[in-house]
Ligand binder design. Structure first.
Ligand code: SF4
Length: 306
């Protein structure tokens, strides 16, 4: 996605997008960012990971040059106008890894800011500290994927030698940006790390929402088993003592998609779980971002951060 020309790193396909559509923010997933709001979702091509289970492999893992015929050019001002026209509160980059398209995203975020539209992204968090700072200047909210902790998991399933850069960048971005974290669970491979991941997240900030995602493997792993719901349910019951905003989804009928008030235990935000990333808001019971029963503040981007 980048090339060197005249001694400078340049983007090969600026402002070319592989996707552009509208969605509800819960299906990204972002559960604590303006619940129930609409967002414009976009993506480009390419990725710095090679996850064996990637559901967007046709875009993320193929040569971006070969994708160009299927992609389309939309300048930043038109994307922002589209977001406004479609009543979107935010623009969310969610198909592949945003670090592969930084210059276009810088320009887009400037246009979005002028129009009062927020920008957010899903990222794998694997980049230099300098790049993490640039992403922090582009996006005001992040969902960072914490895929696995051990070197062996990262080597075998992601194609990297260590999770250390990801852990470092999660801490870095959490300092001055709003973050949520997502962990796709692979049966028998990273489900034994859930407790250690919960410790890590709680050590940064116990209010960070954590989405534990029942991964339905695709691409190279499409024949693998789906994760066992009861096993994960048990592991998360323990983890919830450390992390009150913990969610378990990607299957129909999950009881783990509501937000519970950490102070009194009442349900403060109800959602539907439609499976396959199709979650939706049912009812937001908060009053000005606080629990309607006990008045405690709920950790929401709409209330706490700009
Ligand atoms: S980080 Fe996401 S887009 Fe990139 S290979 Fe992994 S699953 Fe696919």
């Amino acid at each position: 996605m980048y090339t060197v020309s005249d001694g400078e790193i340049r983007e090969r396909f600026p402002h070319r997008w592989s996707a552009c559509s509208t969605s509800v923010i819960e299906s990204m997933p972002f559960y604590h960012v303006h619940p129930g709001s609409r967002c414009l979702t976009i993506g480009t091509a390419g990725c710095n990971f090679r996850c064996s289970y990637c559901s967007n492999a046709h875009i993320a893992k193929e040569d971006p040059e070969l994708q160009q015929a299927k992609m389309f050019n939309i300048p930043p001002d038109e994307l922002v106008a589209m977001a406004k026209r479609m009543n979107c509160r935010s623009i969310v980059f969610n198909v592949n890894e945003p670090a592969v398209s930084i210059p276009s995203l810088i320009e887009l975020s400037r246009e979005a800011e002028k129009a009062g539209i927020m920008t957010g992204c899903l990222t794998n968090g694997y980049m230099t500290e300098e790049s993490a700072d640039i992403l922090a200047s582009i996006f005001s909210f992040f969902n960072i994927s914490l895929k696995g902790l051990s070197d062996s998991f990262n080597k075998n399933f992601i194609g990297i030698s260590s999770s250390k850069p990801v852990l470092r960048n999660i801490k870095r971005l959490a300092k001055d940006r709003y973050i949520e974290i997502t962990t796709p669970v692979i049966q028998g491979e990273n489900d034994n790390e859930l407790n250690n991941m919960a410790e890590f997240i709680a050590g940064i900030n116990p209010s960070i929402p954590w989405h534990v995602f029942r991964l339905l493997p695709e691409d190279e792993m499409k024949d693998e088993d789906y994760p066992d719901i009861n096993f994960i349910d048990n592991a998360l019951t323990e983890a919830r003592k450390k992390l009150p905003y913990i969610y378990f989804h990607n299957f129909v009928g999950s009881d783990w998609v509501n937000t519970i008030c950490p102070a009194c235990g009442d349900v403060v935000i109800e959602r539907f779980s439609l499976g396959c990333g199709g979650d939706k808001l049912k009812t937001d019971h908060t009053i000005e971002g606080c629990c309607k029963s006990c008045g405690s503040e709920i950790h929401l981007l709409s209330r706490n951060l700009k």
